[in-house]
Write a protein that binds this ligand. Structure first.
Ligand code: ZN
Length: 201
């Protein structure tokens, strides 16, 4: 399946009056169409690649690319037609930028929320942390909170990819080992990034 390539769409049609057709040598007008070429990925236009201008003699119906016509007609065409590059041809780029903006925004929001979670732990919060084995990661879930301490049940599993922690974060994996920390300990584990993520439903 081809999922990237180039395509073109018609941007504008118009009339170019008072030109002499090189084929039938009649003083006539020509109908022109401007096509915008664009690159696409999965049918979404990503960026424009320039334009193709096609003209047709209204008398003999011969069609020309602009470049094939005498310079005089080319110049007349350039001064009389007005087309911009349609925003649509940038839409993929705009979507990509929006996605990036959305993710940086929500990640900033999440960090803001975490700064709050770490000082006000609640039952059910899931902390992602570096495991004792170097390069491994695991998680622990808050099971109770007292004035100065937080108690966790640990995940039975570890994973070797930081971002894949969701794969082991299943209720059935928290069965075995529990432990408590003071709230200060939790804050310093978070600050030194041993705890690197906190999720609250
Ligand atoms: Zn002609």
């Amino acid at each position: 399946m081809i999922f990237y390539g180039t395509n073109s769409s018609r941007l504008k049609d118009g009339q170019l009056p008072n030109v002499t057709c090189p084929n039938c040598e009649t003083q006539t007008s020509m109908t022109y169409s401007v096509f915008g070429k664009y690159a696409y990925i999965y049918w979404i236009p990503i960026f424009p690649l320039g334009k193709v201008n096609v003209l047709e003699c209204n008398h003999c119906k011969k069609t020309y690319k602009l470049k094939e016509l005498p310079e005089q007609i080319q110049r007349k065409f350039e001064t009389e037609k007005h087309t911009g590059i349609p925003f649509l041809h940038f839409s993929g780029l705009a979507i990509i930028l929006l996605i990036i903006a959305y993710f940086s925004y929500s990640s900033a929001k999440h960090k803001e929320a975490e700064a709050d979670y770490v000082v006000t732990p609640a039952i059910g919060d899931v902390y992602s942390l570096k495991a004792e084995t170097k390069g491994h990661y695991t998680s622990m879930k808050v099971i109770s909170v007292t004035n100065d301490s937080v108690y966790f049940v640990f995940n039975d599993y570890e994973i070797d990819k930081k971002s894949s922690i969701d794969e082991i974060d299943k209720a059935s994996n928290y069965t075995n080992y529990t432990d408590g920390y003071t709230k200060e300990e939790i804050v310093s584990l978070y600050e030194e990034e041993t705890i690197y993520n906190i999720d609250r439903d």
